[in-house]
Design a protein around this ligand. Structure first.
Ligand code: EPU
Length: 337
């Protein structure tokens, strides 16, 4: 079924709680619904959203916002170690993680409590605690707005990178509407507990179940990250920058230690949270916007009624401060619409 609403208030469709509207808002339940839509007559541009947990609407949107409510979770369990699982793009990501963990399947547990939908997870290649969505995605099914028909991609065709995919490439952006994602999980215990905080918790011990890891992840995230039900945000606002070894040496001058991760080719990923904290922005509030006091990578709608301009002004201040102090350009992770 298709549900359409014109001049729609998007407050409930973005976790930053920006009070903006779109010319047309459409929810659909099946691929057949998409096929039946007269796209030519819809206000342009057309964009797809999940739960709007990684978006910042900077003003009213003059086009059409599409929201998948395609809702199925289907195992293709043949008893092998690897268990394929097909999921509708409208399923809430954390509901899926909760279910697969309860089913004793390994693979998604580190990605617990991330807001958003399954479709959005595949666009954004969500990641946390040493695991990225691409590690468990096998393929994606889509509706192609160009051919107005179904199409499918295997994971190796999706150009996955750090919070990046083919769906974000300017050449393809907006062309494909994700309708379903195929995952490959494991019934064989395969915990990934090398990430700092998890390593400390498990301390050489192997977790007994994916649910045990999920519970720890939920605890860590609740300590650090704002609950989108209580305070508006879009999770990490900036990407962690990757710099050369020489640049890192410059950044580290004058500090005893700087948290960092060495990547292939000698490049170094430096936590933006650390740089923002060093610039004195942790917990700083400007107007209705604030840098979150427990995790400065997150910008929050502190007043609950912050305008997009207030968020963008604080974003720019943080970018300018980090550039001035460290010579590093921060790039937003949150998509600006
Ligand atoms: N740090 C500080 N000060 C702080 C907080 C953190 O200096 O107040 C430093 C610490 O050294 C810490 C390091 O930053 O070790 C990394 O912090 P954290 O583990 O919280 O992770 P992050 O790099 O800030 C990334 C993801 C998160 C994900 C966590 C955990 C990005 C943009 N963000 O954040 O993803 O949950 O790792 O894996 O890569 C999101 O994308 O919305 C998101 C929340």
């Amino acid at each position: 079924m298709i549900r359409r609403s014109d001049n729609h208030d998007l407050s409930a469709q973005n976790t930053f709680r920006m009070k903006v509207s779109c010319a047309c808002y459409i929810e659909y339940d099946t691929i057949e619904d998409l096929k039946s839509l007269d796209f030519d007559s819809l206000p342009k541009p057309i964009m797809s959203i999940g739960e709007g947990s990684n978006l910042l609407f900077t003003k009213d949107f003059e086009g059409t916002v599409l929201r998948s409510c395609i809702d199925y979770i289907k195992y293709f369990d043949a008893g092998a170690d690897k268990v394929p699982l097909a999921v509708g793009s409208g399923v809430k990501w954390d509901d899926l993680v909760a279910k697969t963990c309860a089913d004793g399947m390994w693979g998604m547990e580190n990605l617990s409590l991330i807001p958003g939908t399954v479709g959005a997870a595949a666009v954004q290649n969500i990641g946390a605690y040493g695991v990225e969505a691409k590690d468990i995605i096998a393929g994606v099914t889509c509706f192609d707005l160009q051919t107005r028909d179904k199409t499918a991609f295997k994971v190796h065709e999706l150009r996955y990178g750090y919070r990046d995919s083919l769906f974000k490439d300017p050449e393809f952006k907006g062309r494909y509407i994700i309708t379903g994602v195929l995952f490959s999980l494991s019934r064989v215990p395969s915990p990934k507990i090398e990430y700092g905080a998890l390593k400390k918790i498990f301390d050489g011990r192997q977790p007994a179940s994916p649910m045990e890891v999920r519970e720890e992840i939920i605890r860590i995230r609740r300590e650090k990250l704002p609950d989108p039900e209580e305070i508006g945000s879009a999770g990490s606002f900036f990407k962690n920058p990757v710099v050369s070894a020489a640049q890192f040496a410059q950044i580290a001058q004058g500090y005893d230690t700087v948290p960092h991760f060495v990547l292939e080719g000698g490049f170094v990923k430096v936590p933006a949270a650390w740089m923002i904290e060093q610039c004195g922005f942790k917990g700083v509030r400007k107007g209705g916007a604030a840098v979150y006091e427990k995790q400065p990578l997150v910008i929050v709608n502190a007043s609950g009624t912050a305008a997009p301009d207030e968020i963008v002004a604080l974003e720019q201040e943080v970018i300018d401060a980090v550039r001035a102090k460290f010579g590093v350009e921060l790039h937003p992770e949150v998509e600006h619409i």
